[in-house]
Structures are given as C-alpha cells and as structure tokens.
Design a protein around this ligand. Structure first.
Ligand code: CAA
Length: 379
C-alpha cells in the first residue's frame, strides 16, 4: 500500500487549490445568491485542463489519472460546489462515456470541445417518474431506419441550459426493459428540443438545473453510443465513475467545513481564550478531521481501483455514501462552531450546509448506494 502522491498529482492538487482561491472564492457568495452560472470560471477551468482531466490528450484531454481528478475535485469543492458539479458531470458522465464507448467519429466530433471546456455536456437519465428507479424510462427513441425520433421529458438535469451536448437515455424496445434503452447524443440547437424551467434550488445554486423537453427530435443513428440497447449499461457504468466525482465533491465540502472551522476557532475568543482551547470545540474538530480522513481514503481507494482497471462499483458507492454523510455532518458542525456568524452568508459555512445535502441525493441517493453495496457484499 502506497499513500504517497506523485509529484504530478501534488502539482494538480496545488493548481486546483490555487485556482479555487484566486478565481472561485471571489464572487462565490454573489453567484449563489443570484443563481448565476460560473461561465467565465468554467471556461478557465477548461483552459487549465479540469474539464476533461482523464480524456486522452489526442482528444484534447489532460490524460491524467482518477486520483488526480479526486484531488482536484476536493480542492474546487472546498470553495465552490456549484463549479465542481459542472466539472464532475462533464468529466465523469459525459466525457468518460463518450471516450470509452463512443465511435471514433463521435469522439473526434464531440470530445475535443467537451474536454477543453469550450462546450459543456449534460447527462440525461432522470425523468419525472424515473429517478432512483432508472430502468423505468418513459422517454422514447423510436427506430425510424436511419434515425431515431426522440420524445419525452427529462428532469433535474445538471448543466441543462449551459450544455451544448446532451447524452440522452431513451427507450427503444420497451419489451426488453432496461436492455431496450439507448443513449443518444443530442445537440442543443436541434429542432424539437426545448430547455424547460430552471429549478430554484436549496444548494449548488450557481449550477443550472433544468427540465428538458424533446418533441419529435430527429437523432441520426450515428449518434447512438454503442450497440442497440446499450444505453442503460452505459448509464450505470458512467455513474460508477460519476459517484467518485460526487464523493470527492462531498469530501471537499467536508474538508472546507473543517478548514474554515479551524481558522475560525483559532481567531474567535470566548470566556477569555480562543474557542479552539475549549474542549467542546476541540472534540468537534477532532471528529470532523477523522471523518474527512476516512472519506478521503475511500475516495482515493475507489479512484485507485478505477486507475488499475479493477471493479470499482462497490468502492465508488461506499465513497459516495460515506463522504456525502460526512459532508452533511461537518457542514452542520461548522455552522455550530461559527455560532451566529455561521448562520449568515459571509462566513461560507451556511452555503456548505445547503450544498452538502444534494450529495446524498444525486447520482444515486444514499439508499441507492446501499442497494449497490449490499448487492455486492451479499452476492
Ligand atoms: N454498475 C454496472 N452495472 C449495473 C450497476 C452498476 N453500478 N447497477 C446495475 N447495473 C446493471 C445490472 O447488472 C443489470 O444488468 P443485467 O440485466 O445485464 O444483469 C442492470 O443494470 C439492471 O440492474 P438491476 O436488475 O439491478 O435493476 P434494478 O432496477 O433492480 O436496480 C439500480 C438498478 C441500481 C437501482 C439503478 O436503477 C440505479 O443505479 N438507480 C439510481 C440512478 C441514479 O444514480 N440516478 C442519478 C441520475 S444522474 C445525476 O444525478 C447526474 C447529475 O446531474 C448530477
């Protein structure tokens, strides 16, 4: 077992931290208030290689490993979880699926712009009646010979309005259940595709989450990824990696809560001394630090297995289940440590508390992660 990071991995982490502090921190509260998408910052993240970190350089990516991705996700998420979800979805759910299962033509056409952040991608699985129960897709892709006719509605789609490329899951052969689902690449400006209302969310308010409507959208057959009926498998495999991204986002929120709590506890005085010298605060900090360490190890283990091309579905579910729980717990404790200051926006931790919640919901709720874990453990 080797816990040492390579020089390259350390450099990626330092670059992400530096970027987050210089470019994301100023304005993060204002963007959260205004529900403003960090368009300029995402463009910069693309230029720095954070939008297609693991994509092969021949398609414009960074050619990095998943461990580096976890490190960068943690640092970005310590400051701005809205920016990091855009990064996570683009890297894990869009670029990864395209690179691993797309045709050479699809990769050449779509990956270079996505991997450099010139364009953003969205992953469209959830529907009004298919969230956790993802096999129950109502969106249909009717086979019309040389094209599919796409009809239906998708819900809660991250990057819904800011994306240019959408990977849309749709049912072609309902009698085959999940084995009849296809994944189609849909472009933003195609006729019949309408971006619906923007959700007014509790947290990650800087990211844009929308419903999407497809009415008789003509999707050329060459835009199907993989064989006929491969869509659900693609979605599940992509989510296995996506969960490493969201686990790292949760880890970042948990670690950010800890870092801000330590700084505040060393500054704030009560009863004649810094609150860091009161055992009530020391014990909270000890618990928070231990949980961050454990969550980080789970995230890095899942990343390491993925990099070694071993099975990582259970490890990514465990990382997401635990890190999202820790994100919630640490953010609540950070607010408590900050007292009245924690309850106002200026000190950031109330945003952490709101942002943390979604990590227990998207890319598979905590209950879904337990299904994935228990099925693996009990088989
Ligand atoms: N990895 C690989 N394959 C998997 C898998 C995984 N983690 N989980 C399921 N599968 C495969 C199964 O092996 C099975 O394949 P076969 O039929 O070939 O054997 C197939 O998928 C169907 O699985 P089940 O029979 O187990 O189906 P189920 O309905 O009982 O359970 C589920 C499936 C695990 C609950 C699945 O529906 C699921 O993961 N649901 C959660 C969906 C989700 O994560 N949604 C997030 C939306 S995306 C998002 O949030 C992005 C964003 O914007 C931030």
């Amino acid at each position: 077992m080797n816990f040492n990071l390579t020089e390259e991995q350390q450099a990626v982490r330092a670059a992400a931290r530096d970027f987050a502090e210089k470019e994301l921190l100023p304005g993060v509260i204002e963007r959260d208030n205004a529900q403003e998408f960090p368009a300029e910052q995402i463009k910069m993240m693309g230029e720095l290689g954070f939008m297609g970190m693991m994509v092969d350089p021949k398609y414009g990516g960074g050619g990095m490993d998943t461990v580096s991705y976890v490190l960068a996700m943690e640092e970005i998420s310590k400051v701005d979880a809205s920016a990091s979800v855009v990064m996570s979805v683009n890297n894990s759910l869009v670029c990864w699926g395209l690179e691993h299962f797309g045709s050479e033509e699809q990769k050449q056409k779509y990956l270079p712009k996505l991997a450099t952040g010139e364009q953003i991608g969205a992953f469209c699985l959830s529907e009004p009646e298919a969230g956790s129960d993802a096999t129950s897709q109502r969106t249909t892709a009717e086979d019309k010979g040389d094209h599919y006719l796409l009809n239906g509605t998708k819900n809660w789609i991250t990057n819904g309005n800011s994306a240019s490329v959408y990977l849309v899951m749709a049912q072609t052969h309902p009698e085959k259940r999940h084995k009849g689902i296809n994944c189609l690449i849909v472009e933003r400006d195609w006729e019949g595709f309408v971006v619906g209302k923007k959700e007014d969310k509790l947290g990650i308010r800087g990211s844009d989450t929308h419903s999407l409507m497809f009415t008789d959208v003509k999707v050329p057959k060459e835009n199907r990824i993989g064989e006929d009926g491969f869509g659900f498998t693609l979605a599940m495999k992509s989510l296995n990696g996506g969960r490493i991204g969201i686990a790292s986002q949760a880890l970042g929120i948990a670690a950010g809560s800890l870092e801000r709590s330590i700084a505040y506890a060393k500054e704030r005085k009560a009863f004649g001394k810094e609150i860091a010298q009161h055992q009530a605060i020391q014990f909270k900090i000890a618990d928070m630090a231990t949980k961050v360490e454990a969550a980080r190890l789970l995230c890095l283990k899942a990343a390491m297995l993925k990099d070694r091309k071993e099975d990582y579905s259970q490890a990514s579910a465990m990382a997401k289940l635990y890190a999202s729980q820790v994100a919630m717990e640490n953010a609540v404790e950070a607010v408590q440590i900050h007292g009245g200051y924690g309850f106002v926006k200026e000190y950031h931790v109330e945003r952490f508390m709101r942002d943390a919640k979604i990590t227990q919901i998207y890319e598979g709720t905590s209950e879904i992660q337990k299904i994935v874990i228990s099925r693996n453990v009990l088989k």
